[in-house]
Each structure stands twice: as structure tokens, then as C-alpha cells.
Design a protein around this ligand. Structure first.
Ligand SMILES: C[S@@+](CC[C@H](N)C(=O)[O-])C[C@H]1O[C@@H](n2cnc3c(N)ncnc32)[C@H](O)[C@@H]1O
Length: 253
């Protein structure tokens, strides 16, 4: 049953189970346990439960340190408004991650440069269209709009603060061939674009590939940074010499 739930809910349930189990143990044994030790044991239990529940590696680390970090932060006695402020900022940035399982992280400058070479060849009196699905802070769009002004660049972003940032970035950099909207990539009509770019996560890739196959026109190109589509042979790759050794997977439609 746990496998059907989003990983964040599973993690929360397992963390709660660890706390309840620890409370019962302390109650039954009637021994004094310091708050930090209690939290450390909760973390260990939660991480163990998460391991057996099959959660990804990074969840085990989060589960392990969550309760001890909570106890340590409370000991520092920071003003509660600080936590509220940080929470609201994180909410605006990671707004959609709960549903999409695609957090915000950025393509490197080297990926931007590699994309330049994949754009359609420049032709007199003809432009092309490019979309970044989940455009984050708009770096890909503004870079390409500067180096290849013969294209029209579009971005869609679900998270409010990154959307606002990219909207501002485009406005301030005066790129008239570039626009971004706040919305869901699943509502985009991919038949409108010559190049569709995505840098998301493994989770939506299969569904996105089927959307691209169904909507994109023959002769257009779908590029996914880092995340391949299982069982779907790509037509080319570009290896990027950046910190993460990013790979661009390319499909010609
Ligand atoms: C890994 S970041 C990539 C940002 C940017 N494309 C880049 O290459 O630097 C993925 C972005 O996709 C956004 N995103 C995830 N799912 C989305 C969806 N269904 N609709 C629109 N944006 C989405 C996230 O909010 C996040 O900002």
C-alpha cells in the first residue's frame, strides 16, 4: 500500500511510526531519554523503516537527520517567524514538487552552450520555435535568445517564484523573442514547437515521451537533459563536460 503513496507521504507516515514506537518504548521501560537521544533513535528507526519500504537513498538521509535537526534547531531558540518565512519561500519555490516529483535545479552554462549547437540551422526569413518545459529561472531561454535571436523561445513553469524570476529576467533583459507563462507543462500543445527541451526527473519521462510522440510534428526534435526514457531508443546523445557530466538525449520526431 505504501508503494502507491507519494514518497513524501510515505516518509511522513514512517517518521510518525518511528516517533510513536519510541514513545511507547520509553513509556514501557520508564527510562529517561534525553530529547536529542530520543530524536536520534527516532531518526535511526525512521531510516530503517524507509529502507525496507524501498524509499530512495536521499529519503533515508532525510529520515535519519529530520528529528535530531528539529531538536537542535529548537535548542537554538530562533524566532518562529524565521521558520515561517523560510517555509513560505520554500513553498513558493517547491510549490509543485509534491505532485510532480520534479524539484528545481539548474542546467549548467555548458548545457546551454551545447543546446546552441542543436538548434535548427539559421535560414533567411525563417525562424524556429523552442520550448523549455519547466523553465526554472529562465536561464536556458535567455541564453539561447541572446545567441540565436532568429528563434522564438517559450517557457512554462509551475512554481510561482521561479516563474516570477524568469518573467522578470526576460523583461529586464529585453528579449522580445522570449516569453514564459505560469502553468503546467502537460497543458502545452507540443505541435507548436520545433525544439522541445526538458530537464525534469526520471518520474515524468515516460509520460512526457508519449506526449511528445503524439503531438510533435515530423522533423522536430525532443531533447531531454540527463533523464532518458526507458525502452525508447534515442537517436543521439551529446555528452557535456560539466560538473554533473550531463547527457543530452535527442529524439528526432
Ligand atoms: C530541474 S528544473 C529545470 C529548470 C530549467 N529548465 C533548467 O534547465 O535550468 C525543473 C523545473 O520544472 C518545473 N516543473 C516540474 N513539473 C512541472 C510541470 N508539470 N509543469 C511546469 N513546470 C514543471 C519545476 O518547478 C522546476 O522549476
Amino acid at each position: 500500500m505504501l508503494k502507491k503513496l507519494p514518497p513524501s507521504i510515505t516518509a511522513l507516515l514512517l517518521q510518525s511510526a518511528a516517533v510513536v514506537l519510541m514513545l511507547l518504548t520509553v513509556n514501557v521501560t520508564e527510562r529517561y531519554v534525553s530529547p536529542l537521544l530520543f530524536a536520534l533513535l527516532c531518526g535511526l528507526l525512521a531510516a530503517t523503516f524507509s529502507f525496507f519500504a524501498g524509499l530512495a537513498k536521499w529519503w533515508l538521509v532525510i529520515q535519519l537527520i529530520f528529528a535530531p535537526a528539529l531538536v537542535l534547531m529548537l535548542a537554538v531558540k530562533l524566532p518562529p517567524t524565521l521558520f515561517l518565512g523560510v517555509f513560505l519561500i520554500l513553498l513558493l519555490v517547491y510549490w509543485s514538487t509534491f505532485h510532480t516529483q520534479v524539484p528545481l535545479y539548474f542546467s549548467s552554462n555548458k548545457v546551454w552552450q551545447a543546446l546552441e549547437h542543436l538548434l535548427p540551422v539559421a535560414k533567411i526569413n525563417s525562424d524556429f520555435t523552442f520550448i523549455d518545459l519547466g523553465c526554472g529561472l529562465g536561464g536556458v531561454l535567455t541564453h539561447l535568445a541572446s545567441v540565436r535571436p532568429d528563434g522564438r523561445y517559450f517557457g512554462v513553469e509551475a512554481a510561482p517564484l521561479p516563474f516570477f524570476w524568469s518573467w522578470l529576467r526576460i523583461g529586464l533583459s529585453n528579449h522580445h523573442n522570449c516569453q514564459v507563462r505560469w502553468g503546467n507543462l502537460w497543458d502545452c500543445d507540443l505541435s507548436l514547437y520545433d525544439v522541445v527541451f526538458a530537464y525534469l526527473s526520471p518520474v515524468p519521462m515516460e509520460k512526457l515521451w508519449h506526449k511528445a510522440r503524439a503531438e510533435m510534428r515530423p522533423g522536430t526534435m525532443f531533447i531531454s537533459s540527463t533523464f532518458n526514457v526507458l525502452d525508447q531508443t534515442h537517436h543521439g546523445t551529446v555528452q557535456v563536460d560539466d560538473l554533473h557530466h550531463s547527457t543530452l538525449f535527442i529524439w528526432h520526431m
